[in-house]
Design a binder for this molecule. Structure first.
Ligand SMILES: *Cc1c(COP(=O)(O)O)cnc(C)c1O
Length: 233
């Protein structure tokens, strides 16, 4: 089996002391602007397998064995497979290289904000903070809490609205996949994944990005405490 990992949330995360990107045969990262580093659009595949690396390069180049700049004085090139145009531009790569230089700093900032949130919400019974297992570290792409709805007088949507009214950019990640019209058309029904759907009703994502100042982080904490106390049972 060849394992292809989707690590779009995990740049900089570790598992048993190893960085994500070195765990699977191939690991895929997204560099869309909302992700941990950006190239405007695009992504990165990591592999330590030279054969797979070669096949990936051919796949992104219409199935052709050499790119134009590799041909030097030769005119011969061969299409050996079906491929597509998945080439990233040099301009995007220039941005990506400068982003990579900052990646560690972004990661440290994210970890510090997550740590501050953990500390602030650990004692709040209406809010469950994210679980952290001892043998892994998160890249904190998202900071998602679970609301303990039996301890609140309102549902998540009301908490969401109240926090937005406090000018806090909360969000919800994610809508259960089977709820999307495409999957409903394929015959999936609400209620099919009762645990995921129940948890979905509790989820709330708090703002977390490297440019947040300490006072932004404290604003979020203050607003969450205010809204939760107002709706406490
Ligand atoms: C963002 C994201 C993707 C898609 O990345 P693109 O760059 O838009 O292709 C895939 N999987 C996960 C988990 C993501 O977060």
């Amino acid at each position: 089996l060849v394992v292809v990992e989707d690590a779009a949330h995990s740049l900089g995360a570790t598992y048993k002391g190893r960085r994500v990107g070195s765990l699977a045969n191939m690991t895929v990262f997204s560099t869309h602007p909302v992700k941990l580093i950006t190239t405007g659009e695009g992504g990165i595949v990591t592999t330590d397998d030279t054969i797979l690396a070669k096949r990936l390069r051919i796949f992104r180049n219409h199935g052709i064995t050499t790119e134009a700049r590799e041909r030097k004085n030769e005119w011969l090139y061969e299409m050996i497979n079906i491929g597509y145009n998945y080439r990233i531009t040099d301009l995007q790569c220039a941005l990506g290289i400068s982003q990579l230089v900052k990646a560690e700093e972004f990661l440290n900032k994210r970890c510090a904000i997550a740590e501050r949130y953990n500390e602030a919400f650990r004692g709040l019974p209406e809010v469950e903070i994210p679980v952290q297992l001892a043998d892994r570290t998160s890249a904190w792409h998202l900071y998602v809490v679970r609301l303990c709805l039996d301890k609140l007088r309102v549902g998540r949507d009301q908490v969401f609205k109240a926090l937005r009214a406090e000018n806090i950019g909360v969000n919800v990640h994610y809508i259960p996949v089977a709820w999307h019209p495409y999957y409903q058309k394929l015959g999936h029904k609400r209620g099919e994944c009762p645990k995921a759907e129940r948890i979905h009703e509790q989820l709330l994502t708090l703002p977390l990005f490297p440019a947040m100042t300490d006072s932004d982080v404290e604003d979020v904490i203050r607003a969450v405490n205010k809204v939760i106390s107002a709706y406490r049972r």
